[in-house]
Design a protein around this ligand. Structure first.
Ligand SMILES: [Zn+2]
Length: 350
């Protein structure tokens, strides 16, 4: 394994940012290759500690001659966001200078040429995105590790790669897969796949490609047990796709979790400001009209609270981690059994 340091000069004199890239060369140049990054949203750390738990497994595979494909790992992909501590809190989702989500507006390349990604200058967040896309190019498997507020483990998967990625979902042991088509606003996973979708199918070889945003549960699910389990899941995926040899590991069976199009997600919002009393937790199934939460907006008064009901039957994918809310605020992502009447297009804010 080789470590290198990527350097990005800041937008003002005297400022620079650094992040580590860990590379395994692999023994077989035609074996499938993998790129794994975490903490693009700088405060989302379950993936970063999963990588910490995965690295000894990769080193062992390399030492035993079982690491066939090259693997590139960026454990902390966003040194810019990581530095945005203000008033004691981390703002790791949006670049403060441009108000742009760190997981949107990645360059969409016409072909998988790293040089194309870095042709344009721009502010530090744009140059970081160019660098990350350039690093991901040429890998068959691209995993972008995030987390939600509170949630089950789930994947966003481009429709072009489903059902071919069924084995990946099974290997990783996630609870759900959300399929999207069209544009996700140039999120990292979209940008990593986009150039291959411009190629003839026999060159693109989509059947061996993986591009996904991995949502490793919630912000507080940073602990040894989840990190170890997620590292095992990542390792199983790498074995299933031939990046690593491990004949002792059984191949994953068919994915048994929930698969739904993104159009089925109802983002249930609050109608009033107040305190949230949740009735549901991620992973629950609910019926249409069932109470999801109560908002207490005038404590102790008649009519001082308002129930939030399920707009359709379905599955609770996530809920917010805070317990105060305001009118129009997101409360719950409900994967409905049918299309949402108010579905937002593209990937959600993750
Ligand atoms: Zn995220």
């Amino acid at each position: 394994m080789e470590k290198s340091i990527e350097t990005l000069t800041g937008d003002t004199e005297g400022v620079a940012y650094f992040f580590s890239v860990l590379r395994f060369a692999g023994s077989d140049p035609v074996a499938p290759s993998a790129y794994i990054q975490a903490a693009l949203h700088a405060g989302e750390l379950p993936g970063m500690v999963a990588i910490d738990a995965l690295m000894p497994m990769l080193r062992r595979a390399e030492a035993e001659g079982r690491l066939r494909g090259k693997i590139t790992v960026v454990p902390e992909a966003n040194p810019v966001g990581r530095a945005q501590f203000h008033f004691g809190g981390l703002q790791g989702r949006f670049h403060l200078g441009t108000r742009t989500n760190f997981n949107r507006d990645f360059p969409l390349l016409e072909r998988p040429d790293p040089a194309l990604a870095e042709q344009h200058a721009g502010t530090i967040d744009q140059r970081l995105k160019q660098r990350l896309v350039a690093l991901s190019m040429g890998h068959d498997i691209v995993l972008d590790l995030h987390c939600d507020d509170e949630g089950v483990a789930y994947l966003y998967v481009p429709g072009a790669l489903w059902p071919a990625m069924d084995d990946c979902a099974a290997a990783m042991g996630v609870a759900a897969v959300i399929l999207w088509n069209g544009s996700s606003g140039a999120s990292f996973d979209e940008a990593s796949l986009h150039p291959y979708l411009q190629m003839p199918p026999d060159e693109a070889r989509l059947e061996r490609r993986v591009a996904t945003t991995v949502e490793y549960r919630g912000l507080l699910d940073v602990d040894r047990a989840h990190a170890a389990a997620d590292a095992e899941g990542l390792y199983r995926l790498l074995v299933a796709r031939g990046v690593i040899d491990d004949p002792a590991l059984p191949l994953p069976g068919p994915f048994a979790g929930l698969v739904a199009p993104i159009e089925n997600i109802d983002v249930v919002t609050a109608s009033r400001a107040g305190a949230i009393l949740f009735d549901v937790t991620p992973g629950d199934r609910v019926a249409r009209g069932e109470r999801l939460a109560t908002i207490v907006h005038a404590a102790g008064e008649d009519g001082g609270s308002t129930d939030v009901l399920a707009p359709q039957s379905g599955y609770i994918l996530t809920r917010v981690s805070r317990r105060s809310t305001y009118a129009g605020d997101d409360l719950v992502k409900l994967v409905g059994d049918g299309p949402s009447a108010s579905a937002r297009q593209g990937a959600l804010e993750d």
